[in-house]
Each structure stands twice: as structure tokens, then as C-alpha cells.
Write a protein that binds this ligand. Sequence first.
Ligand SMILES: Nc1ncnc2c1ncn2[C@@H]1O[C@H](COP(=O)(O)OP(=O)(O)OP(=O)(O)O)[C@@H](O)[C@H]1O
Ligand SMILES: [Mg+2]
Length: 233
Amino acid sequence: MAMQTISQAITHARRQCPPIVRIAYAPYRMTSALEALTMIGRAVCPGFVLNADNRWVFENLIRWVHGDAAFECLDPDTRQVRRGNLNAGIYLAGNTGTGKTLALEVLDRYTTIDNVHLYADGTPVRLHWTARGTSDVCDAYQATGDLSPWTDRTVAAFNDLGAEPTQSIHMGNRVDVMRTIIERRADLRSRVTLLTSNYPLSALSTIYGDRVQSRLYEMCNYFELRGQDRRRG
Ligand SMILES: Nc1ncnc2c1ncn2[C@@H]1O[C@H](COP(=O)(O)OP(=O)(O)OP(=O)(O)O)[C@@H](O)[C@H]1O
Ligand SMILES: [Mg+2]
């Protein structure tokens, strides 16, 4: 086959692939997984605990990492438990101090145990992220005018959605940074997005409008962390 034909065939094959394909990292035992996750949690935060407020969320985040078909999440409107979508990302809502940011950090480290990969447009990519605060992302946009570091990355995590300034200005260009990033990542489809927020997903239309909220319903599996502010002991 001529070179051009081969590359056309590869491009064609990639177009036929679903945008995100997850692989099952199984079998595994949930009790061992929770023990490993707790050890990782304690390495990051010595007082790390799993309890009634966070155990179900962590169990399902573990299932999500393993590509386990038993993965469940919450319906963002009714808060009823429902089947999760392994090809979608994670939206973790909760009051301040309930452990959302730490949860994403611990989960990222947990993915290194099995060196978890997914396929994005047919290309293997590590399931790995370094979460950035949305206000930092806005500051970076103001300095560089470039959103591609956050739109191009297959797997990206953002802390504090809804806490950032609505608009950021670069060289006179006003951009709703997080709105634009979410819309682009949704439209590209081969993206996995993890978010933490003090806002439940059902409340996001008041901040970003229906377009962004609707995309997030599709892009993310919804979870809530409950309980006290862990910063207060
Ligand atoms: N499971 C846990 N067990 C014990 N301590 C925890 C746990 N999760 C988080 N913490 C501690 O609680 C504090 C708050 O955690 P974290 O920053 O993750 O909260 P958050 O939900 O992201 O808060 P915010 O909404 O203000 O961003 C941190 O000091 C963290 O180390
Ligand atoms: Mg946080």
C-alpha cells in the first residue's frame, strides 16, 4: 500500500473508533483497593480517613479507574444512584473542606499502581492528571492568551469550578475561560475531564448557562462529598 494510502487508512480507522475507550483493569478486590487507597491518602494527608461520608464515592472512583462495569454515580438532579459512564469524567461537588481536592490527588496516585491507560481516538494515553485551580487557569490565560494547555490535554482536572472570575482579559480579548475550555473539551469528545466544585451540577446553569451545564451532564459522572469541613478537625 502506498504511504499516503496507509496514513489515510490509519486516519479512517481512528475516525471509526469511539472517542474514548476504557480498558478493564480486572480482576481486583475492592477491600485491597481501599487499603491501597488509604495508604496513599495517609502518605499525602496523615489524618486521611474513609468513613460514611466518603466511602461510597471512593469505591466508585476506584471502579472508574479500573474500568469496572459495576461503576455507579449519582443522578445530578435526583441524587439517586445510577449506572455510571466509564468513558466520561468526574464531577465532584461538596461544601468547602469535604475533601474534593484531596480525593482527586489520591485517585491520580492510585492510577499509577496499574499504570492505567485509556484510548483517546485510538491512541493510548495514561489516565493521569495534575489538577489546576480554575483561578490559576484564568491567570495563565491572562498571561499567555493560550487555552490549548487545557483544551488539548486528553485528561485534565480542574479544582473549584465556579470560583474563578467570569471573564479574563488578554491583550484586550475578553474570554470566559472555564466556559470556553469546557465547551471545547466537550466538542472534541476525546477528552476526559475531572472537576471539583462547591456548586452542585444542577446549580451550574445560573453561573455558566444551559450550554455548559448540558455538556457537563454528558461529560461527567456526578458525585457529592458530604460531611463536615475537615479543615476544622
Ligand atoms: N478523607 C480525608 N480524611 C482526612 N482529612 C481529609 C480527607 N480529605 C481531605 N482532608 C483534609 O481536609 C482538608 C480539606 O480538604 P480539601 O482541600 O480536599 O477539601 P475541598 O473539598 O477541596 O475544599 P474546598 O471546597 O474549600 O476546595 C485538607 O487539609 C485535607 O488534607
Ligand atoms: Mg478544593
